[in-house]
Design a binder for this molecule. Structure first.
Ligand SMILES: Cc1cc2nc3c(=O)[nH]c(=O)nc-3n(C[C@H](O)[C@H](O)[C@H](O)COP(=O)(O)OP(=O)(O)OC[C@H]3O[C@@H](n4cnc5c(N)ncnc54)[C@H](O)[C@@H]3O)c2cc1C
Length: 416
């Protein structure tokens, strides 16, 4: 039943970012009536997205802009190392087009509006919108990104951010060979303080004369300012002998890394950055949001079939934040807070040990798929083989500010 000012559906998804679109399409493909509410829901996305090559099957066809079979890491010396896992630069407009096409084909309806004032009743939920349309849905999903204020949270957010200043630059020439990219270049930049907040260079070569370059502060409290990153990027490129002719398409990236986990007993469901799905130690989220959408959509569909909206949301929270994912999340959060305490010298030492682990260990840490048991073993191995100054830093963190995260990793997921 519908008129100009009310809309009824099974599921209302708030937000048309990658997480919202992926979940909206998966729900509609399961026969549910889905409305996606977002301001300018087809507005072009701006970020330059990347992911691991073995995650490509999650993407819509044509969404890969470039493939790098040889991602490189440089830490203290010029030798560097090559990772055995390939990397992809995504074509953002085609990624968005592909996800929108899937949602359109599945029958998702879009409403160009901001949503606010969500209220829950036994038969479902309703909310107002800036378009003046009240929406009634059995289930509301908050996929409104890292700034979400609607979800209740377990505990406090940490004001930790990954910041990065990036641009597409035209250069005279560059040192990256066919198939190479710089996943992390943590080498010292002359003139920058070796004991200051660390940052690294991320480079995705486009062709012989064009690069996407980004100076990135992995995670920091308070965030490293954009201006400082820009100055460091320019100094670093000069030091590497990369002469920039023209700067195009600047990117100012700020990723909230410290959102607390959503409370899993609440009626509102959350997905994507809103629901703390950003990997707390790397800032990656895209692949996770695409990978988990079918599983979460199955749980919502099954819950709606078998009982009340309340039961469906509970099923979905259990699917998204199962106890083992919650425990892994706390371990990653421990890692994130520990990274915030390291200066450049200790960060270089830390990553020397990290990348000396078995590739299967660090790859699953980076993509967030390791179980809590695997992560604990890996973190212990890392601690045992770390250099003495890094061990001391990690130990201080483990018995100090990081103690709560370790406790939660051991117990909280189990009691969720
Ligand atoms: C510059 C940048 C680069 C990144 N690069 C990568 C990367 O390479 N790989 C990776 O895995 N991750 C990356 N990330 C992290 C993460 O994957 C992205 O932030 C991703 O866009 C988060 O997706 P999302 O759908 O959860 O939220 P968003 O993309 O932030 O989308 C939120 C949506 O909610 C809408 N909205 C907000 N409020 C309301 C409201 N009240 N009502 C209705 N709609 C609302 C917004 O308009 C938007 O449509 C990057 C992030 C940034 C900022």
């Amino acid at each position: 039943m519908q008129n100009a000012t009310t809309l009824h559906c099974d599921v209302a998804v708030l937000g048309s970012g990658p997480a919202g679109l992926a979940l909206a399409a998966a729900l509609a493909e399961r026969g549910l009536a889905v409305v996606c509410v977002a301001p300018e829901p087809r507005r072009p996305w701006l970020p330059t997205y990347g992911m691991w090559a073995d995650e490509e099957s999650l993407l819509p066809a044509g969404a890969v802009a470039a493939r790098y079979p040889k991602p490189r890491v440089w830490l203290r010396d010029d030798e560097g190392l090559t990772l055995s896992r390939g990397y992809l630069k995504l074509d953002t407009p085609l990624l968005q087009r592909g996800l929108l096409d899937r949602a359109d084909a599945a029958g998702v309806r879009f409403l160009d509006a901001w949503a606010f004032g969500i209220e829950h009743v036994p038969s479902g939920s309703h909310f107002a919108t800036s378009a003046g349309v009240t929406t009634h849905a059995a289930i509301v999903v908050d996929a409104s990104g890292a700034g979400s204020t609607a979800l209740l949270r377990d505990g406090a957010d940490i004001d930790a951010h990954q910041t990065a200043y990036g641009a597409v630059v035209e250069v005279v020439e560059h040192p990256y060979r066919e198939g190479e990219m710089s996943f992390m270049d943590f080498r010292c930049v002359p003139g920058a303080d070796a004991h200051g907040a660390p940052s690294f260079l991320y480079v995705l070569p486009i062709d012989a004369h064009r690069l996407f370059v980004e100076e990135t502060s992995l995670v920091r409290v308070p965030a490293l300012p954009m201006g400082a990153l820009k100055v460091r990027l320019e100094a670093r490129l000069r030091h590497l002998g990369i002469r920039v002719l023209t700067v195009h398409e600047e990117e100012h990236c700020s990723i909230a890394m410290g959102r607390a986990l959503p409370t899993r007993t609440q009626r509102l469901f959350g997905y994507g950055a809103a629901a703390a799905m950003v990997h707390p130690a790397t800032g990656y989220q895209l692949a996770t949001a695409l990978r988990l959408a079918p599983e979460v959509a199955d749980a919502l569909r099954e819950g709606l079939d078998s009982g009340s909206p309340h039961a469906a949301v509970r099923f979905a929270w259990d699917a998204l934040w199962s106890s083992h994912r919650v425990r892994s999340w706390h371990l990653h959060r421990f890692g994130m807070a520990a990274m915030c305490t390291l200066d450049l010298a200790n960060t270089q030492l830390f990553f020397e040990t990290f990348f000396a682990l078995r590739p299967s260990d660090y790859e699953r840490y980076l993509d967030g798929t390791a179980s809590p048991g695997e992560l604990s073993m890996m973190m212990l191995r890392l601690f045992r083989s770390a250099a003495k100054p890094t061990q001391w830093q990690l130990f201080k963190h483990g018995v100090g500010a990081g103690r709560a995260a370790l406790w939660n990793a051991a117990w909280q997921g189990a009691s969720a």
